[in-house]
Design a protein around this ligand. Structure first.
Ligand SMILES: CC(C)C[C@H](NC(=O)CN)C(=O)O
Length: 455
């Protein structure tokens, strides 16, 4: 994947959610391991088992790549986590360029996974490569299933807690972006509970002219229950969800208040004239530390151009709920399942509803007063000559909380992606500036960590 930063070259479509692309994902892990070996790492590819597909069959999960550089007991040891799988992307989604051909336009490198998370992983590899004498020991753990919930990684961490992780002092994650043009350090992420809600009716699709009006349609049922998840003003309607949310403390409110963030530029960036909240603190709080429901798509629905007049026999809605302290995915699974069944029952439909939670990732929160964040601030000041923003992230790094709970190590998130990188969207990119200065930031950060007192 060193091809990532060579414009005009093919980037592997390492889409972890599309099982037909699994061979590309396996190649991606092999190339990652090879790159780490080439620069002198002791590399292992850890088998994390298989994945069971909805049809009951199973396929191999991509191996997790671990690497070690240096074993000097007098130095601190950091572990860098990253992922080289990506979200789905098709040119027809509205990309200006082929998502799998890296394209350099005006200093921006466009391609799926450019910012999330291939360039940051590569920047870490280059960091290790350029140091003649690393000031700290560096370990890597690079996975290929982050975008579908880090399947298999939890068990691996538990299994290697007393081996791979035993000498690790700190864990560093660079899988997020700045809030604005100002560099940032991230101390919290939301979790994610991802659901499939399937409504199944007739044994096959039906002609809506011939059968319409005589059957209760699965799509109508599905849209009806989806509409009961969240109100137009963003109030989650599932009983129990809002009650679990931790209160926003005065200290946190003040931190948000002090962050420079311009709502007008935010509107411009996403192309909207109105937001859900019109003041900065409310907006940031709802982006970072309140739950939300997002409806992502409906499998089985007619979605091509044109006018097919069908009644789909079976439709599966995909939606997710971002998790914040003190929500618990197991509890959320029960709340959502019970609620949707009760709403569906009121429709008195003969169709069948099946609700399953396919990802249950917890939120993560660190103490931004930990000395690791002082090291981060010093590194940002050295490279960018400004103080970083201390921010939370609305997205999810599924494994962050397990790293914290299982290994007990302190974590810092050190983003290098730009606020407008378009993660998961059309025309994802990373700028050459962020990539180059970001690499310098990592180099400076390792130096700062080597100067820290051990915690
Ligand atoms: C559980 C999600 C699919 C994880 C995903 N993570 C990221 O985008 C970070 N690279 C998310 O949607 O937040």
């Amino acid at each position: 994947f060193s091809v990532l930063l060579t414009p005009g070259l093919y980037i592997l479509s390492s889409d972890s959610s599309d099982v037909t692309k699994r061979s590309d994902l396996h190649r991606m892990m092999d190339m990652t391991a090879e790159k780490l070996r080439l620069i002198g790492g002791s590399v292992e590819m850890v088998d994390v088992g298989t994945q069971t597909l909805p049809n009951g069959s199973s396929i191999a999960l991509p191996k997790v790549v671990t690497a070690r550089f240096g074993e000097d007991p007098s130095k601190r040891t950091v572990c860098v986590y990253g992922h080289v799988d990506v979200q789905p992307a098709k040119k027809e989604d509205g990309w200006a360029t082929d998502p799998y051909e890296l394209t350099d336009i005006d200093g921006n490198l466009y391609g799926r996974g450019a910012s999330d998370n291939k360039a940051p992983v590569l920047a870490w590899i280059h960091t290790v490569e350029v140091y003649k004498d690393l000031p700290v020991n560096v370990k890597f753990i690079i996975e290929g299933m982050e975008e579908t919930g880090s399947n298999g990684l939890d068990d691996m961490i538990v299994a290697q807690k007393d081996s791979f992780f035993s000498d690790v002092d700190y864990i560093i994650i660079s899988d997020c972006v700045w809030l604005s043009k100002r560099p940032a350090l991230t101390y919290g992420t939301r979790g994610n509970c991802y659901f499939f809600a399937e409504v199944e009716g007739p044994k096959k699709d039906l002609h809506s002219g011939v059968y319409g009006g005589t059957v209760m349609e699965p799509m109508t049922d599905l849209i009806g229950i989806l509409d009961k998840l969240i109100s137009p003003s963003g109030k989650i309607l599932i009983p129990g969800i809002r009650e679990a949310v931790a209160h926003l403390s005065d200290e946190e409110w003040k931190m948000y208040q002090d962050i420079e963030f311009d709502l007008e530029s935010y509107k411009r960036e996403i192309g909207l004239s109105q937001l859900m909240y019109s003041n900065k603190v409310d907006l940031l709080a709802h982006r970072w530390r309140h739950p939300t429901v997002s409806i992502h798509g409906i499998e089985g629905a007619f979605s091509s151009p044109g006018t097919k007049t069908v009644i789909p026999a079976k439709v599966i809605a995909k939606f997710s709920i971002r998790q914040v302290p003190n929500m618990d995915p197991a509890m959320v699974e029960k709340q959502v399942t019970d609620y949707l069944h009760s709403v569906f029952a009121k429709r008195k439909s003969p169709n069948k509803l099946n609700v399953t939670m396919v990802i249950g990732a917890k939120p993560w929160l660190a103490d931004p007063k930990h000395p690791l964040y002082e090291a981060g601030k010093a590194a940002v000041k050295r490279v960018f000559a400004v103080e970083p923003d201390l921010i939370r992230e609305g997205g999810t790094i599924p494994i962050a909380r397990s790293f914290q709970d299982v290994t007990g190590k302190s974590i810092i998130m050190l983003p290098i992606g730009g606020f407008d990188d378009g993660l998961h969207s059309q025309n994802e990119k990373i700028s050459r500036y962020n990539y180059m200065e970001g690499t310098k930031l990592f180099i400076a950060f390792l130096h700062e960590v080597s100067q820290m007192e051990k915690h």
